[in-house]
Design a protein. Structure first.
Lengths: 259, 208
């Protein structure tokens, strides 16, 4: 019987070897190769057991103290922050919306005056924010309705997390727009949403039932789902009847000027 | 859920790029220990490991704009640290070779002289029985590896990095990197053989 080489057996351990199945079959038959593999495993066992001194819980803080004085100030021009890759995606969306608003304005009612153009732009943004809130509502509903069976040790929220991550950037841009437009109520709701979305995005993939319950409780206590639905409804109404005065935001009791 | 909202890596990067230097602190505090563990295994002593960690975070800060936002910051800074560590190891080996000094490193010293340790790979069983904890043996065995072998085995075995990722740090190709990993295990095996001889594999995993 032809024995396996040391290289093949080491490869087998690291699951790099294409012949893993063939080697496993060979190992069943060959006592000598099993012995050799056990000797290699002893080396891996020793490697696993070799300790690395723990630098301490506060190690990160100490590293920061050391390097902070050497970092220097990062001078940033305002426009540079727009080119951070994550923001770039959201920015792309907004740019596309503005172009769409412009084209829609040109195509639908030529010639167009400034007031009309503003209306079209506003309408496009109303649609965009409404869609964003719709997607956020889905994420919140998924969490609210996620089944937690008895005896389950962890709950996997990785899919929901990915969507929450995508929504954070988008949410921030809309919140900033709302602030700029003086729509405090909308900005405040989006701010609350952003915090919860961040919490979801930053949680571990696998949550303990207790941690999962804490997120759900927070969503419920703040009435987030309700607030999202109310704001979204207001936007839907505005979308359906653009010339009507924007509905009052019931969550805050203040009038939304525009999105 | 903590009341204070945790900042994700991507957000901390963004805030840092936006001029908020303190946002970088989050990244440093979050990833320092992981980078330290790799650096310690690479460098063989706490002093050099700390130097690698600090330099890696400084370099990452300077190159932050090149960081692709969709990548993982932890992986990125780990790779910067691995690159710096391998450079330091090569530099250290060159300096040691130039000096050609005899071994002066004690058993309990944190500093490891790669050349002298490499020559000290087959001490007598009696010496071994008296001496070292597994950690010390492992440190000596690792010191006998070339910088590339050491980098490859640390990244592959302890940190579970993929062959392609290691190849990138070594500036090599996949096949050559696989060979480097193999050579590293083979050398460690030879170096640890006297220590492991006559013991059951299972017992070895729990010693030290």
């Amino acid at each position: 019987m032809k024995h396996r080489t040391e290289e093949e057996l080491i490869g087998y351990r690291y699951a790099e070897e294409r012949e893993r199945t063939a080697i496993a079959a060979h190992l069943k038959e060959c006592a000598e190769c099993r012995k050799e593999l056990a000797r290699i495993e002893a080396v891996f066992g020793a490697m696993d057991a070799a300790p690395v001194p723990d630098p301490g819980e506060d190690y990160g803080e100490r590293v920061w103290q050391r390097i902070a004085p050497r970092l220097g100030e990062r001078k940033t021009r305002w426009w540079e922050s727009l080119f951070v890759p994550q923001r770039l995606v959201a920015l792309g969306g907004v740019v596309a919306l503005v172009i769409l608003a412009f084209v829609a304005g040109r195509v639908t009612r030529p010639p167009v005056d400034q007031a009309d153009a503003a209306k079209v732009r506003e309408r496009v943004l109303v649609v965009a924010v409404g869609e964003h809130l719709g997607r956020t509502e889905m994420v919140l509903m998924e969490l609210e309705n996620a089944p937690a069976s008895k005896g389950q040790k962890t709950i996997n929220i990785s899919e929901t997390q990915r969507r929450a991550e995508d929504l954070v950037e988008e949410n921030r841009l809309y919140r900033q727009t709302a602030l700029k437009e003086g729509d405090q109520a909308m900005a405040s709701t989006l701010d609350e949403l952003e915090r919860v979305l961040l919490d979801i995005a930053n949680s571990p993939d696998e949550l303990t039932p207790a941690a999962f319950e804490t997120i759900r409780k927070r969503i419920a206590e703040q009435g987030l789902l309700f607030k999202v639905r109310v704001v979204k409804q207001g936007l839907d109404e505005q979308k359906a009847n653009p010339d009507a005065k924007p509905a009052e935001n019931k969550t805050r009791g203040t009038e939304r000027k525009k999105v | 859920m903590a009341e204070e909202v945790a900042v994700s890596d991507a957000m901390a990067v963004e805030q840092t790029l936006g001029g908020d230097r303190d946002a970088y602190r989050v990244l440093v505090e979050r990833h320092s220990r992981t980078v330290y563990r790799m650096a310690y295994r690479m460098m063989g002593n706490a002093h050099d490991a700390e130097d690698v960690v600090q330099e890696a975070f400084l370099r990452a800060y300077q190159k932050l704009r090149q960081f692709a936002g969709n990548a993982n910051f932890g992986t990125w800074v780990y790779r910067i640290a691995a690159n710096y560590a391998i450079d330091r190891l090569r530099q250290r080996n060159t300096e040691e070779a130039r000096r050609e000094r005899p071994s002066t490193t004690g058993e309990d010293s944190l500093e490891v002289d790669p050349l002298s340790q490499a020559q000290d790979m087959s001490p007598s069983p009696e010496q071994l029985a008296r001496s070292a904890q597994l950690g010390e043996r492992m440190k000596a065995a690792l010191a006998g590896l070339s910088p590339a072998e050491r980098t490859a085995i640390v990244m592959r075995h302890w940190d579970g990095c993929g062959i392609d990722e290691i190849a990138e740090v070594l500036k090599s190709n996949s096949n050559a990197t696989k060979n480097t990993v193999f050579r590293a295990v083979q050398k460690l095996r030879r170096a640890l053989a006297p220590f492991l001889e006559g013991k059951e594999a299972r017992a070895m995993g729990t010693e030290g």
